[in-house]
Structures are given as structure tokens and as C-alpha cells.
Design a protein around this ligand. Structure first.
Ligand code: SF4
Length: 378
């Protein structure tokens, strides 16, 4: 990752003083001037006023892939979080794409560098490498497939690429685990314990075969040798701070209050919620499930607040509730606002790129290996 701040770059502070109407006009003007060379990507969890300017909306992988496949695009402004912009850089600048553009790179910008992901930050590459080394002392790591959720730093994806491993999304986690078990006996799953556990449980793997690796414990992630040797899936002790907040009690409360309500949750939610929900699925599955439901269906949805509120607006024919009484929103993604979007676009126009995301060549190459393995999984 590198931040390029040239002398000619426009300072951010004045943008804070601008009203939303002015910002909207200036963003529209910058978009008009940059034309098809620019793609603004808006993640489903992004706030509405930013989504209004997005050329494409979707989940992180869909967005990166769509942008990478565009012929004209030379600038991607990713209104998401850091790992998403890294994935966009890797896919948009992979060797065959670079060759088709005569070596010209697509520039990827994250409007606010503080837009990170608490889950991705729970697994640092040094910790994963240390865990792998320790695991090698009690089991054969040749028989262990590392699997990283796409919500992770590029260095972790590269680790998986180097060690015969693979990337998964919340849509294909089961298929990826099945692929992994066809290669090797065990899986090391990071950084989200809940997606790893909920998916494995559906495959019949019980909790006693899934020790949790705590990177802050000195010895074997807080496990005994026997627990590691008897494992099928070793789960990293990481979670999404947004989805972790949904609880089984919220499900019971809704069922008592609104008979017939259906509970629809994301697999990043804890097991206690996933086990009793009516439907558990990725962001795309949640959206599709609501879209295709008959009018009058009642839902309590356990995923990021902005997405649930947008579904409410788009589907007035259904009764949609947010599953938690708390405000579960992705606070880091929320850092990307109109001021940051306008600032990053006007800097592109000014020829002084700010907040550019560039994944190092070696890391990008090995990440791509793990991402491409994922694409072969059906
Ligand atoms: S919702 Fe959770 S996993 Fe997604 S970007 Fe935010 S913190 Fe990360």
C-alpha cells in the first residue's frame, strides 16, 4: 500500500466546510469530466448519499471483478474499505489486463485511508505465519489448506496462494471448503471464525473438531496438541464487529412480537443466531431473498444497517425490521463521505492522486493465485 501525496494535491480541510449540495454538484462535474475513464464503486454497506454517485454497487468481490472487466476504466474510486480496494488493484492490474492496456495501470483510490475493516485487522500476516509455524510442530502442514475470507489483507491472500490455499466469499464458502477437503485433510480458516464455523457446521463438522486459534495466546493459540491433532477446521479468533452484535435473544423477541416473521441473517453472525434463523446467506442472497419474496412478507434482517434501511426503502410492499435494537453499522466504511469522495475525484482531475492503493507485485501475484483457485470452484 502506498499513499501518494504530491505537492500539487488539494488539501482536504476546505472540503469539510462545503455543504452537501455543493459537494454533489462538484462530484457530478468531476464524473462528467472523467467520463468512462472513471468508475466509482459503492459497497452495499455504504451510506445512501455516497451510493447515489456510484456507477456500480455490489459486494466487494462482484465490484472488483466488474471494474476489472471494464475496457475503458483507468481510475477506480472504491467507496468501501481498504481490503476491497486492494482486491480491485490486484484484479484490475493482473498481467493479462495490463498487457491488453499496453502496460498502463488502473489507478485505485480509497477516498479515506482510515476506512479499514476491524475483521481484516484481527489477522496480521506475522500472526498467521507464526501460527503456521507452530502448527507445523504438531501436525503436518502439507495436510492443511489455508483458507482466507475475502475480507482480509492482500498479504493473507498471498499466504494462501503460496501454501496451496484459497480465498472464499460468503457466497461460496461451502464450495471452497469442499474443494479444500478434496485437496487435504484439514483447513485453517481465517480471519472470521463465524463464517468458518457456520459453514462447517452445515457440512456436518462438529464444534469439537473446530478448535479456535487465539493469536494472542503464546502456546498453540490457546489449544492443546490433542485438540489441534484431532481437528478438521482450525478457526482464527476473528469476527466482524458489526455482525457479532446480533444475538439469539433478538430473534426470540421478534418471533414473540411478530408471529410469522422470518429471520434472515448473514453467516458472519454468531452460531447462536445462525442456528435459529430461517435463512442465512451472503449479502447477495439476502438482497435476492427479499426481492423475490411475496408482498406482505415480514422480515427481521441481521446484517449491516445501511443495507437493511435501503432494502426497507426499496421494498415498501414488505415489512422489514432491523434484527438488533442497537445500531450495527460499519463505522469504518461510514468514514467515506461526500467530502472525501469529492476531494479524491478533484485530485484525480488535478493530476495529483491521493490515497492510491498499490499492492506490491509479489503479494499481488500470489494473491491472484489464491483468487484464481477460488474461481475454479463451482
Ligand atoms: S461490515 Fe464487518 S467485515 Fe464488513 S467491512 Fe465492516 S467491519 Fe469489515
Amino acid at each position: 500500500m502506498s499513499v501518494v501525496t504530491l505537492d500539487s494535491s488539494l488539501p482536504f480541510a476546505p472540503y469539510r466546510e462545503l455543504g452537501n449540495e455543493v459537494l454533489r454538484e462538484r462530484i457530478a462535474e468531476a464524473k462528467r469530466k472523467l467520463g468512462s475513464s472513471l468508475l466509482i464503486l459503492g459497497h452495499h454497506y455504504q451510506q445512501d448519499e455516497v451510493i447515489a454517485h456510484a456507477d456500480l454497487t455490489g459486494d466487494s468481490y462482484q465490484l472488483s471483478k466488474l471494474a476489472a472487466d471494464s475496457q475503458d476504466c483507468r481510475y477506480i474510486v472504491f467507496c468501501g474499505v481498504h481490503f476491497m480496494a486492494e482486491t480491485a488493484d490486484i484484479l484490475a492490474n493482473r498481467p493479462e489486463k495490463l498487457e491488453s492496456r499496453g502496460g498502463e495501470r488502473v489507478t485505485v483510490v480509497l477516498p479515506d485511508m482510515a476506512a479499514g475493516c476491524s475483521m481484516a485487522d484481527m489477522a496480521a500476516i506475522r500472526q498467521v505465519e507464526s501460527a503456521w509455524e507452530q502448527l507445523g510442530e504438531v501436525i503436518d502442514t502439507e495436510d492443511l489448506t489455508p483458507v482466507t475470507y475475502i475480507n482480509s489483507a492482500a498479504s493473507l491472500k498471498a499466504f494462501c496462494g503460496r501454501h496451496g490455499g484459497i480465498v472464499c466469499t460468503s457466497s461460496n464458502a461451502k464450495a471452497v471448503l469442499e474443494w479444500s477437503f478434496r485437496q487435504r485433510r484439514r483447513v485453517f480458516f481465517f480471519p472470521d471464525q463465524h463464517l468458518g464455523r457456520n459453514t462447517s457446521l452445515k457440512m456436518g463438522i462438529t464444534n469439537d473438531l473446530m478448535p479456535v486459534w487465539d493469536p494472542h495466546e503464546d502456546e498453540l493459540g490457546g489449544n492443546t496438541e490433542e485438540a489441534i491433532q484431532g481437528s478438521r477446521v482450525i478457526l482464527w479468533k476473528g469476527h466482524c464487529s458489526v455482525h457479532q452484535m446480533f444475538q439469539a435473544v433478538h430473534v426470540h423477541q421478534f418471533r414473540e412480537k411478530i408471529p410469522g416473521i422470518k429471520i434472515l441473517v448473514h453467516p458472519e453472525c454468531p452460531q447462536e443466531v445462525n442456528d435459529i434463523a430461517d435463512i442465512s446467506g451472503s449479502t447477495s442472497k439476502i438482497i435476492e431473498t427479499v426481492r423475490s419474496a411475496p408482498s406482505g412478507t415480514k422480515w427481521a434482517i441481521g446484517t449491516e444497517l445501511h443495507l437493511v434501511n435501503r432494502l426497507k426503502k426499496e421494498h415498501p410492499e414488505q415489512e422489514i425490521h432491523f434484527l438488533s435494537p442497537l445500531v450495527c453499522m460499519c463505522a469504518t466504511m461510514y468514514r467515506i463521505d461526500l467530502a472525501h469522495l469529492c476531494w479524491s475525484l478533484e485530485n484525480i482531475l488535478n493530476g495529483s492522486i491521493v490515497n492510491r492503493i498499490v499492492v506490491k507485485e509479489d503479494i499481488a501475484r500470489w494473491s491472484l493465485v489464491a483468487l484464481e483457485r477460488m474461481l475454479t470452484v463451482r
